[in-house]
Design a protein around this ligand. Structure first.
Ligand SMILES: Cc1cc2nc3c(=O)[nH]c(=O)nc-3n(C[C@H](O)[C@H](O)[C@H](O)COP(=O)(O)O)c2cc1C
Length: 336
């Protein structure tokens, strides 16, 4: 067996392979993070510390919450009872510190919020607690018809600019796919100082209970099909901005990881697969990646990075609108 080079770099961190455990309850216990490391994870992202947990009374936050209280519920939809689920701000920092002491893989802290305000001081506290990088999950669901996209996007950019001034740590911004122009948003966030983009955050869309006439939060784990959205956008963006990409949503198999690398991602993040099928999946996926590389004569992950990006492929229109019409026409076959 030839020796294969699975290493990659992300936000300036040298990683032994591209598999990273994304923000999830898996980081709630030090022991589980230790087991993630043993199972082969190259780095771990902590579950998020939410702005809502830090400053319930923040005026900045109120300003946003007043504009549509449903967005607050949406931001909490990962955890129906946030206070019960997550540690408060100070215990979060202690927990991060304990994880850092327990493992030698990089540990990425995670802040989840939207407004610039006192709470962003926690970026610095996460740095002091020993994090190797900071992931900033920015998400606001606009329900106010008077709030323009421009205004909201400016909020995102300002938050990144603000946090950039407070930490030396590398920063990655985790985004939702709901922007009119993802490339322009990404460009502005990079100009504001982010070193990486985590594409894309995944949301649990509420369902209706017809018997109770209630809106119910519904937590479904992802499938590999969901990979396609971040795959396409990383392929389009790769090489266009000076930032690293992490792919999240829909990574379940070795093929998913290989596709992420070929689109141009530096790492492939996993949550659903590990929650549903256990940490042992990391070892199997790594073995499958190596087998695939051998069979297809690849020596390193670096070698395949971005080889299927829009810039690299022979048919760049495959990522664009032209391909949409082609795809629709392919269904003519089904005509009776
Ligand atoms: C139970 C659960 C909790 C999560 N908690 C967080 C969180 O605290 N912060 C965050 O940024 N993402 C969180 N996520 C999102 C994941 O990090 C990931 O981006 C998303 O699940 C898509 O990846 P997947 O297809 O591998 O699950 C959570 C996901 C799940 C399933």
């Amino acid at each position: 067996m030839t020796s294969l080079d699975l290493t990659t770099t992300y936000l300036g961190l040298q990683l032994k392979n591209p598999l990273v455990a994304s923000a999830s309850p898996l980081s709630k216990k030090v022991d589980v993070v230790r087991r993630l490391e043993d199972a082969g994870a190259a780095a771990v992202v902590m579950y998020s510390l939410f702005e809502e947990q830090i400053t319930h009374e923040s005026q900045e936050l109120d300003h946003y919450l007043e504009r549509g209280t449903h967005s607050y519920a949406e931001s909490l939809s990962y955890f129906p009872d946030l206070d019960e689920y997550n540690l408060g701000p100070e215990p979060y920092l202690e927990h991060l510190h304990r994880i850092k002491e327990a493992v030698s893989i990089p540990v990425i802290g995670s802040l989840n919020g939207v407004s610039s305000g006192g709470w962003v001081e926690y970026a610095h506290k996460i740095e002091q607690a020993g994090a190797d990088a900071l992931e900033l999950n920015i998400y606001y669901l606009p329900t106010d018809i008077n709030l323009s996209g421009t205004e909201l996007e400016e909020t995102y950019v300002n938050l990144v600019r603000d946090i950039r001034t407070r930490v030396k740590l590398p920063i990655a911004v985790k985004l939702s796919p709901f922007f009119t122009s993802i490339p322009n948003m990404v460009k502005r966030l990079v100009e504001a100082g982010t070193n990486g983009l985590v594409l894309f955050n995944r949301f649990y869309q509420p369902d209706f209970d017809l018997d109770e006439l209630k809106v119910v939060p519904d937590l479904d784990l992802s499938t590999s099909y969901e990979l396609r959205l971040p795959l396409r956008w990383i392929a389009i963006l790769y090489g266009q901005v000076a930032a690293d990409f992490a792919l999240t949503s829909g990574v379940h198999t070795a093929h998913d990881v290989l596709k992420a690398m070929m689109a141009g991602a530096s790492i492939a993040m996993m949550a659903s697969e590990l929650l549903a099928h256990g940490l042992g999946r990391l070892g199997h996926i790594l073995a499958d990646i190596q087998q695939w590389m051998e069979e297809n004569e690849y020596e390193s992950i670096a070698q395949m990075k971005g080889c299927m990006s829009q810039r690299a492929v022979g048919e760049p229109a495959a990522f664009e609108r032209a391909n949409y019409m082609k795809a629709l026409n392919s269904f003519d076959y089904y005509l009776p």
